[in-house]
Design a binder for this molecule. Structure first.
Ligand SMILES: CC(C)(COP(=O)(O)OP(=O)(O)OC[C@H]1O[C@@H](n2cnc3c(N)ncnc32)[C@H](O)[C@@H]1OP(=O)(O)O)[C@@H](O)C(=O)NCCC(=O)NCCS
Length: 162
């Protein structure tokens, strides 16, 4: 767990499994209309893709909680043997943004990845738009690789020596 800023009050951020009890709450989480231009996928779409991924890499899906409230969702694609991890989806509901939950969730994700003992790189990518997540990821230590996928998806990475 890690701490988020909840209007000055510290909320514990944790990553938990999707269950029949929290599913409806996860499906109700939304980014802002402006953010949808750079992050168009709903959580329902992401979860469906997570169950039917395009390759054989492991998929790890977690709900982001602030104390006992589901506030976001993340999903990775993982190749622990090669030490390569891809942050495929990350969102914090519009009502809960700006309180440290997104950065807390990425810190917990990095702990999870490092616990494999063979973590080499965490890659992510984002579509360019006003207020996109590039500056957020930069603050967390990610750098642009210079690679642009499908002419619009900007690739960023953070790497470690295991
Ligand atoms: C990106 C996102 C996950 C950040 O979550 P969050 O909980 O609001 O972020 P935090 O409160 O932890 O912010 C951490 C820092 O990043 C900054 N930050 C957050 N979002 C930012 C943005 N879009 N642009 C610039 N800076 C941003 C915050 O100001 C904060 O800076 P500080 O530490 O100097 O105060 C959230 O805005 C979101 O869900 N966006 C839409 C979906 C998306 O773009 N996902 C990522 C694409 S893969």
């Amino acid at each position: 767990m890690t701490n988020g800023k909840d209007n000055g009050k510290l909320a514990q951020v944790s990553l938990r499994e999707i269950t029949s009890k929290n599913l409806k709450a996860i499906l109700a989480l939304r980014v802002t209309e402006e953010q949808k231009k750079a992050y168009p996928r709903s959580n329902a779409y992401s979860i469906a893709e997570g169950y039917y991924p395009p390759d054989d890499d492991l998929v790890w899906m977690r709900v982001i909680y602030a104390d006992e409230t589901p506030v976001g969702f993340l999903m990775t694609s993982e190749a622990p043997d090669s030490g390569e991890y891809f942050l495929w989806r990350l969102m914090i509901d519009a009502k809960h943004q700006g309180r440290g939950y997104g950065s807390g969730a990425v810190e917990l994700l990095i702990e999870h990845i490092k616990s494999s003992g063979n973590a080499k790189v965490l890659v992510t990518s984002h579509l360019k738009n006003d207020g996109d997540a590039g500056a957020f990821y930069k603050k967390l230590g990610f750098d642009y690789t210079g690679e642009i996928l499908n002419s619009s998806d900007y690739v960023m990475r953070i790497s470690w020596t295991p």
